[in-house]
Design a protein around this ligand. Structure first.
Ligand code: 6R9
Length: 648
């Protein structure tokens, strides 16, 4: 945080939503202006009015208690239940026979659950949990494939006030044990296995190994997904179908305090052990439902598909809680995007007439690499709105998404947020704001996001700085589970009373925010602090490049030399001429300052399991260092070994 960041990305294309979209949008441009002004003038009044859209058993008597920052309390004195808001409301508002979840497994098996059916399953499983000794406030680990049962398990916990901790099914036994122990989980809910790229992922086997080291866990519930042989330990393991067979379908939702914990979700820091991000009920549910309604412009006849697994915050807020609170029909798909072939997503969209698609830049760049022929086989005219989340989207990937997937007619919402923020904070409202490829545009009404310098002062237009949030918001994390001090140190110590996101950003002349990625991912070249993402975007707009990761390598002369790892679109050869051409291309796009010192071709990049490029590991490789940092979130260890071997 020594100096500010120089931004070099010059992107001037602007796309206004079509007249047809604007006319039917949930929020118009004028309405958005009104909401922003209202929220700035009277934040409490604004949030209180929005919170009326939820079902409360008892109204709050104070909107926000900020007397002990950074520990916020929202809707103090109110009582509410997330499961009741996601299900019970829809049994009496005309949606009981509407599809809540349309699910497709990777092998092609399908199921649909109406709101009425979802209610029955959730009530039964909630009763089953009670029978197994789970009480209000107990922690429950969920380690499941992406099946309706994963959502049912989450909602059943919420129904009885148990706190779920979902762990992505790709994580190891070690990761499960660590999280069980940190949360002191009582019960683990898992499956025999799940499907991924035609292969079995042996979840129960991993749980067995984890439970050998998780003394707090007394019971393990196993859902039979794949008929994969498992060992059931007497007195500890029970089958999902057995406990469900005995459970009653009558389970009124617990009336919980607004600040009752809803879930813990572990997120990795670049150093140290994972942080258990804690979210509570009332504020989180408001953030989830309101953003989903406004940003995804949700209508009753939409088929909405968020491709995120429930193991990530995106899966919590935009696969489960937000859409179900709004009574939407969600599509859920268990498997990989390239199984059995690279057109699986487009096949699903055509088959279910998906109208809203929310996915990640990493997936978009993979689709670009695989080629347009997979898309062109399918009718995607049902789509009307597209979303992106997880990383900055490179402008060329945005353009491809817009043209090839959206047929030029669908607005794109590039949504910036974090596990910690609970819901989207910076985003276009699709009928209200013209979009620019690569910009998340503006803060949501009510969100005081700003770009500041190291002293906390606003930076001038186009200068890079640090993204912060100056006012509390309802869906903000409440603490790091069992570690209030780390919560204060990590997020609230850089600027007193202000939330530090650890992302760099700039604002352009129109006030649009351009997120430049994590501040740890900044290059220092001859005294200029450059965003790695901007150099990557310059590379990605070369016609032969599919994806790029840029890191600094210590350099005596320049401070840091620019080292680029590049994957090519299918059908292009990794030649020395192309390396030279790419260096010249970046120099032309950005300036001589950013000319790469080195370009390396690779088939894949090291990524987290949620698809974010792990530049930290590439920095070690570029500098020829043995890495010491945490690699437990790495998707594929083989990638590192291969990159290191290439280096020798
Ligand atoms: C939702 C989610 C959070 C970090 C965040 C930022 C990056 C997410 C982004 C984006 C630029 C976007 N990020 N969305 N950067 N534009 N639209 O991804 O949560 O896994 O906690 O990651 O992801 O760096 O700080 P999480």
């Amino acid at each position: 945080m020594s100096t500010n960041i120089t931004s070099v990305l010059k992107e001037s294309r602007v796309f206004a939503p079509s007249e047809a979209f604007t006319q039917q949008a949930n929020v118009s441009a004028e309405e958005r202006e009104r909401l922003v002004a209202w929220a700035d003038k009277d934040p409490d009044g604004f949030w209180a009015a929005q919170a009326e859209s939820l079902h409360w058993f008892k109204k709050w008597n104070k909107v926000l208690d900020w007397s002990n920052p950074p520990f916020a309390k929202w809707f103090v004195g109110g009582t509410i239940n997330a499961s009741d808001n996601c299900i019970d409301r829809h049994l009496t508002n005309g949606r009981k026979n509407k599809a809540a979840i349309i699910w497709e497994g990777e092998p092609g098996d399908t199921r649909t659950l109406t709101y009425q059916q979802l209610h029955r399953e959730v009530c039964k499983f909630a009763n089953a949990l009670k029978t197994l000794g789970v009480a209000k406030g107990d922690r429950v680990t969920i380690y499941m494939p992406l099946t309706p049962e994963a959502a049912i398990a989450m909602l059943a916990c919420a129904r009885i006030g148990a706190v779920h901790s979902v762990i992505f099914g790709g994580f190891s036994a070690e990761a499960v044990a660590d999280r069980n122990n940190d949360a002191q989980a009582k019960v683990v809910i898992t499956a025999d296995a799940g499907w991924r790229r035609g292969k079995i992922v042996p979840l129960k086997e991993n749980v067995d190994a984890a439970l050998a080291k998780s003394p707090s866990v007394t019971t393990c519930v196993v859902f039979n997904r794949c008929n994969h042989p498992v060992t059931m330990k007497d007195g500890r393991d029970v089958w999902w179908h057995d406990v469900m067979a005995k459970a009653s379908a009558d389970c009124p939702a617990e009336q919980l305090d607004s600040e009752h914990p809803l879930f813990i979700l572990y997120t990795s820091g670049s150093t140290g052990k994972p942080k258990g991000v804690l979210h509570t009920t009332g504020g989180y549910m408001l953030g989830a439902s309101l953003t989903h309604k406004w940003i995804f412009d949700i209508k009753d006849d939409d088929v909405y598909w968020c491709t995120a697994d429930v193991g990530w915050i995106t899966g919590h807020t935009y696969t489960v809680y937000g859409p179900l609170a709004n009574g939407s029909t969600i599509l859920m798909y268990e498997g990989a995007p390239n199984h059995p072939a690279e057109d699986r997503f487009w096949d699903l969209i055509e088959k279910y007439r998906v109208s809203i698609l929310y996915t990640a830049p990493t997936a978009i760049r993979a689709f670009i690499k695989w080629g347009n022929q997979h898309v062109e086989k399918h009718d995607l005219t049902s789509l009307r709105l597209l979303g992106s989340v997880g990383e900055p989207i490179n402008p060329e990937a945005w353009m491809w998404y817009h043209e090839v997937i959206g047929g030029g007619r669908c607005p794109i919402v590039d949504t910036w947020w974090q596990t910690e923020t609970g819901s989207i904070l910076i985003t276009p409202l699709p009928g209200a704001i013209p979009t620019k490829p690569g910009s998340a545009t503006k803060p949501m009404p009510g969100i005081a996001a700003e770009v500041v310098d190291k002293d906390g002062k606003p930076v001038p237009a186009n200068a890079g700085g640090f993204l912060v949030v100056k006012r509390p918001w309802p869906s903000m994390m409440r603490t790091i589970y069992n570690d209030d001090q780390r919560f204060k140190d990590t997020y609230w110590s850089n600027y007193p009373g202000v939330y530090f996101t650890a992302d760099g950003a700039r604002q352009d002349d129109d006030g649009y925010i351009w997120v430049m990625g994590r501040v740890d991912d900044v290059l220092n070249v001859s005294g200029h602090r450059l965003s790695t993402m901007e150099v990557e975007s310059a590379l990605v707009n070369h016609p032969k490049v599919a994806e790029a990761a840029v890191v600094g390598r210590p350099d005596d002369l320049k401070g840091e030399a620019i080292c680029c790892f590049v994957t090519l679109k299918q059908g292009n050869d990794p030649t020395d001429d192309l390396k030279a051409a790419l260096k010249a291309h970046v120099a032309k796009e950005i300036g001589a300052l950013a000319r790469p010192d080195e370009v390396k071709f690779t088939d894949t990049l090291p990524k987290t399991r949620s698809g974010k490029i792990m530049r930290r590991l590439l920095r070690d490789i570029a500098a020829n260092r043995v890495g010491t940092g945490d690699t437990t979130t790495l998707e594929d260890y083989g990638v590192l070994a291969k990159l290191r071997a290439d280096e020798e």
